[in-house]
Design a protein around this ligand. Structure first.
Ligand code: GLN
Length: 190
């Protein structure tokens, strides 16, 4: 299994470290030619979504990545990565891939509460969730399903081949969310 981690900006190294810890082969996606080999899964890390959006276009990664997502390659977006997948951004700014039928609110916890950790259930398991200037989901539509909620706000969603979390599981020792993603890859019907 080969998982590509988009490495144009943000917390990509942390995702690669988790995958290596799990014995899964991971590689960085920095330019179009990095997408030429086989790819079983894709990770969009946290960072700054506006910067990533711009760089993905400039580096000609936007179209090939959108095509992979539309072709059913499992994709996992954390934090800024969740924003990139969301169809609607509440502030009215233009969406990026927009492949998940959800509305997202950026920097949704305000400046004071920008960063915090909590324990909540993800798909039925208690896990630690680190939030960093995080978004949350304000609406899910069509077949997008809610996987985790914190204080009444949606912080993890799944829609077919797409998984997104407002928090950063790559900053904890718990592999629950990554195992969930790996199972999406294993169970993919090609
Ligand atoms: N606030 C960032 C954004 O809007 C996301 C923060 C993160 O990825 N940790 O893009």
């Amino acid at each position: 299994m080969r998982i590509g981690v988009v490495a144009v900006q943000g917390a990509f190294a942390e995702h690669i470290a988790v995958l290596e810890r799990m014995g899964i082969s991971a590689f960085e996606i920095r330019q179009e030619k990095d997408l030429s080999g086989s790819i079983d899964g894709l990770i969009l890390p946290g960072g700054e979504s506006t910067v990533m959006k711009k760089l993905l276009r400039e580096l000609c990664l936007y179209n090939p990545i959108k095509e992979l997502i539309n072709n059913g390659v499992p994709v996992f977006g954390t934090c800024a990565g969740m924003i990139l997948l969301s169809e609607i951004i509440e502030s009215g700014e233009e969406s990026c891939f927009g492949t998940m039928n959800v509305t997202v609110k950026r920097n949704a916890y305000g400046r004071q509460l920008g960063s915090f950790r909590c324990i909540e259930k993800f798909d039925g398991n208690d896990i630690e969730m680190p939030f960093i200037r995080a978004p949350y989901i304000t609406e899910v539509r069509e077949d997008a399903e809610v996987l985790a909620v914190h204080e009444g706000r949606i912080v993890a969603v799944r829609q077919g081949n797409q998984l997104a979390t407002a928090f950063h599981p790559e900053l904890t020792d718990d592999n629950t969310v990554f195992n969930y993603f790996i199972n999406m890859i294993k169970n993919r019907v090609k």
